[in-house]
Design a protein around this ligand. Structure first.
Ligand SMILES: *Cc1c(COP(=O)(O)O)cnc(C)c1O
Length: 453
């Protein structure tokens, strides 16, 4: 296989287990806390929000969890996903580095999100739940959940961040095609939403606010639960199918990565790619550098603090120890809507705190410049979020050109950008700006974070 472009797996080679990184970590991640008692949260504390099977996965110490047959069956609509060798991009850059990207845009919703939407809906269906509520930013998660609900016959109600609801009407159409019901957030359907609209009828919303609205609706009905598209342990668990497949695919061509790069919004596509490789690294079999990439306008890992904070703006969720910019932080409306979150997956924060991974922040114009280089060489138009990983990949490939190193770089192209073309227009017409974040704005939002260790 010397001249391959993409490395494919047979359906029969698809991994049948998800990987839980927790038992392999040198120290256990700090527990989530009940917001009232500040004691470690128990399974019962989550039961109004999530089905029991997902709570068990959230707290699991098992290294591997079998993927249910019905879930594998839906996965087979687009999985195994292809791993590409970016030979055309390598040529364009003139780099001796070997660049590989795992492409998750082949799913029905066009991103990695269905990898967790499908099992989340299935486990809810098993426990007799009739309806799921959720939030969405750019609409990737809402459309993935609507697709998954259509597969198993559940209702789906989505609170979409108002700024995206107005700017990205086509994602709303996708959610509606799959039978989802979509509201702009803040909405007049919840008390919290009404309180925000009273202050500002044109409130742009945020992911934290939309989570508060979706959670409060789920808490009111015994047959309704809430689904989260990132951040939580069980979400990252479901995404590990990405890294497990990539390990098999790289083995087919006899390569081991020197560097892994992924974009981090809530940390799920990054964790999904990186955790199986981290397992091999912790076992001493490989030794790649693992790098998170975030936007300079929402620099959670690079400028946030590692503290207990809420996952939502109203403070309804358990307290999670994570890198945070403060749950009241409202990021600038950058084009990578999926990276506009104040917090980070507690598992990603923990391994970052342990020094097992590194993090950098990149401004959006550099990311879109990288996206054009990628699209013009490799052909695929990337979603705005993974352009951050591509920009970091290109930085590294150009450094290899200087040094002559033949590094093997692996990244996740976690979605396509076919519904984000307005953002490309903005960039190509020269109207896109880099939004730098002042330390004062971060300090103001951090002031609302509970004072715990
Ligand atoms: C949601 C989303 C993200 C951000 O979420 P993570 O949990 O950090 O992966 C990134 N890219 C795409 C395409 C998304 O849809």
């Amino acid at each position: 296989m010397s001249d391959y472009t993409k490395i494919l797996l047979e359906e029969s080679e698809m991994p049948t287990r998800w990987y839980n990184v927790v038992p392999d970590l040198p120290t256990p991640p700090p527990p989530q806390l009940h917001p009232g008692t500040l004691q470690p949260a128990t399974a019962e504390d989550f039961e109004a929000m999530f089905p029991k099977a997902l709570i068990a996965q959230e707290m699991s110490q098992e290294r591997y969890i079998d993927i249910p047959e019905e879930v594998l069956d839906v996965y087979r609509l687009w999985r195994p996903s292809p791993l590409f060798r970016a030979r055309r991009l390598e040529r364009l850059l003139g780099t001796p580095a070997k660049i590989f990207y795992k492409y998750e845009g082949v799913s029905p919703a066009g991103s990695h999100k269905p990898n967790t939407a499908v099992p989340q809906v299935w486990y809810n269906a098993q426990e007799g739940i009739k309806k799921l509520t959720t939030e969405t930013g750019a609409g990737q998660w809402g459309s993935s959940l609507a697709f998954a609900c259509a597969q198993f016959g559940l209702e789906c109600e989505v609170w979409q961040v108002a700024a995206s609801y107005r700017a990205k009407p086509h994602r709303r159409t996708m959610m509606e095609i799959w039978g989802g019901k979509v509201h702009p957030s803040p909405s007049d359907l919840t008390e919290f939403g009404r309180s925000l609209l009273a202050k500002d009828p044109d409130h742009p919303g945020s992911l934290g606010i939309a989570i508060s609205e979706a959670v409060s609706e789920a808490l009111e009905d015994k047959d309704t639960r809430y689904a989260l598209g990132s951040v939580l342990n069980h979400v990252l668990l479901h995404q590990t199918i990405i890294g497990e497949e990539a390990l098999l695919q790289l083995a087919k061509v006899g390569e081991t990565p020197d560097l892994l790069v992924g974009c981090t919004g809530g940390g799920s596509n990054f964790g999904g790619l990186a955790f199986p490789f981290l397992r091999e690294k912790l076992a001493g079999k490989i030794n790649p550098v693992i790098r998170c990439v975030e936007p300079t306008a929402c620099p959670t890992l690079t400028k946030g603090q590692y503290r207990y904070d809420f996952g939502d703006t109203a403070g309804l969720t358990p307290l999670m120890k994570m890198h945070t910019l403060g749950h009241s932080f409202i990021p600038e409306p950058i084009h990578a809507g999926g990276l506009r979150y104040h917090g980070m997956a507690p598992l990603v924060s923990h391994i970052y705190d342990l020094g097992l991974v590194e993090a950098i922040a990149i401004p959006q114009t550099e990311c879109f410049a990288a996206a054009l280089q990628f699209a013009r060489s490799e052909g695929i138009v990337p979603a705005p979020e993974p352009t951050h990983a591509l920009a970091a990949t290109i930085r590294e490939a150009l450094a290899c050109k200087e040094s002559g190193e033949e590094k093997v770089i692996l990244t996740a192209l976690c979605g396509h950008g076919h519904l984000d073309l307005a953002s490309y227009d903005k960039y190509m017409s020269g109207e896109m700006e880099d939004l730098d974040l002042s330390d004062e704005v971060i300090a103001a939002a951090m002031a609302s974070v509970p004072n715990l260790a």
